[in-house]
Design a protein around this ligand. Sequence first.
Ligand SMILES: Cc1cc2nc3c(=O)[nH]c(=O)nc-3n(C[C@H](O)[C@H](O)[C@H](O)COP(=O)(O)O)c2cc1C
Length: 361
Amino acid sequence: MLFTPYSIKGVEIKNRIVRSATYEKRADIDGLATDYLVSFYKDLAKGGAGLIISGNALVHVSGRTVPQMVCIHNDHYIENLKKITDKVHKYDSKIFIQLVHGGRQCYPQLLGGELPIAPSAVYDPSTKITPREMTNEQIWEIVDAFGHAARRAMQAGFDGIQLHGAHGYLISGFLSPHTNRRDDYWGGDEARRLHFIEEVHKSIRAATTECYPLAIKINSSDFIEGGITPHDSVKIAKQLQILGFDAIEVSGGMYEAGVKTAQTNILQKEQEAYFSSASAMIKKELSIPVMLVGGIRSLSKMQELLKSGVADLVSLSRPLIREPDLPNKLMAGKEKADCISCNGCMRFQKLDVVRCTQLKN
Ligand SMILES: Cc1cc2nc3c(=O)[nH]c(=O)nc-3n(C[C@H](O)[C@H](O)[C@H](O)COP(=O)(O)O)c2cc1C
């Protein structure tokens, strides 16, 4: 099953292995893809992943989370991004771009000294920052920015889009009762907390086409008291399917929750796929494709997850930082990724680029 083709809204993917969105720190300071980044995507595409989800790409300057991230907040970026899509298509892979606004989890030093914006002014003990509550006008500006970014993605040749709706960034911030304390159109109860993603969805559909694939990565749990629980995430996922999303990737965590998204020392098979119970619950309720990310390391585990109906596709991040050609190696019979989940790659502030620190260069 792992190596049989699959289709997401008409996009034919040659196998069920997805490269989960991974920030690379390989754009230049203006957010333009460098030749180094393009060649990095060539390695991923040659390496055999059926679908590549790009590192998070910035839709609006107020949402910058990290330096040297790819940008898409201006038409100026379209031609540059084509270099990535052309390269990936040349090597017989497909690519979705991940669109992000960082919301509460942006650092003022990346925002010209300004405090980040968020649904509500909820202090984040991990960054020690209290963001500014967004005005209605600011919210509509960002809704619009997602639409424009999606149109640019289509013009640049991406096969589809994935919205970053997980990990405590802006979309996730609106969905979570912990970070969304508003009592207006944008929050106050479950239905109103969904309005932001509903409006973003409308904005993207208006700026692209009905048939352009639109996926979303969500939290199965925020791992915060008062945040999204696995039970809530099933309800959210069902609503997202009703809205018209074409695929869902199941993840979890936010900065404040500690190391939940990319858990460490996944060395035994029993530790793998740490969001699989939530994914199974979500998949049971949905008819659209479900991708599962988080600690998936071995060929036999991947096959089990697909066979037992926990997910339709398996998604990998850290293992492909270490071995971009892991999918080809798995196809040749390799049982397990070399990645030891040490999270050296996450200490990117100290690294020139995101890379595996277990390897010499
Ligand atoms: C260096 C690094 C950068 C990441 N960047 C992103 C990102 O841009 N967007 C995103 O949704 N997740 C990002 N993640 C999280 C991964 O996509 C994934 O959810 C997490 O690492 C767990 O999967 P894994 O065990 O296969 O690494 C990043 C993870 C790492 C290690």
